[in-house]
Design a binder for this molecule. Structure first.
Ligand SMILES: *Cc1c(COP(=O)(O)O)cnc(C)c1O
Length: 216
């Protein structure tokens, strides 16, 4: 199947209120353009340098989502244009985003990344840490960031019940913050499950662009 067929196929399976993010890391611009020409406007990237290069070269009406682990010293490179930063996992990172957003005279939308998996390797805040940030006066003083919701990754397992439980735990937590309406979870292997559990933003890579080859 072609990239546009893949996109249309996924779109036909998901409800209107769910945003499809095409995760294009490691993929060449020609493939992103194919998706763009099929109507796709939201793209997700994990690496700062790759994102900057693509943003320069591709159409300017693309919404660029940064979905990787973001280091504070690199925020300045994406602050002028990034649409949504998904992986905010510390207050110090949030402060740096605020600082760079102010320099660019804009408000940057962010999601707090929550740790829901049972693995040690994933980044993210636990529920208490997220609440502490959201309830703190220091956070409320940051005028150039807007927290819009939460992002998470489930355990890398075939156990559907486990994945469901993890997604559901985030949905339940998010109900304490009804104004934070974006829930970013679900990837190629589990996006339908994710939507069933309340996801409003799915991040799909390999089901659109094919498997990634990191060895090049
Ligand atoms: C790579 C990546 C995805 C997409 O993964 P697929 O399994 O290819 O759909 C989604 N979210 C994050 C954070 C990623 O790094």
């Amino acid at each position: 199947m072609s990239i546009s067929e893949n996109i249309n196929n996924i779109k036909s399976q998901i409800p209107e209120h769910v945003t499809l993010i095409a995760v294009s890391k490691t993929k060449p611009n020609t493939m992103l353009l194919e998706a763009y020409n099929a109507g796709q406007r939201d793209f997700g990237e994990n690496y700062v340098q790759e994102l900057i290069d693509k943003q320069e070269q591709l159409p300017k009406d693309i919404n660029w989502h940064f979905i990787g682990h973001l280091q504070s010293n690199k925020v300045k490179y994406i602050a002028p244009f990034v649409h949504l930063i998904h992986g905010v996992d510390s207050f110090s990172l949030l402060k740096e985003i605020n600082k760079q957003a102010l320099k660019n005279n804009r408000v940057i939308d962010c999601l707090l990344q929550i740790y829901i998996a049972q693995e040690e390797t994933k980044f993210g805040l636990d529920f208490n840490e997220a609440s502490q940030i959201l309830n703190s006066t220091e956070f409320k003083e940051l005028k150039n960031v807007a927290i819009k919701g939460f992002m998470a990754m489930a355990s890398n397992t075939d156990n559907q019940e486990q994945i469901k439980k993890e997604f559901a735990s985030l949905k339940t937590f998010s109900l304490q913050y009804p104004e934070l309406t974006i829930l970013s979870f679900g990837m190629s292997s589990d996006y339908l499950l994710a939507i069933e559990k309340g996801s409003t933003m799915i991040r799909v890579g390999s089901s659109i662009f094919g498997e990634r080859n990191y060895t090049k």
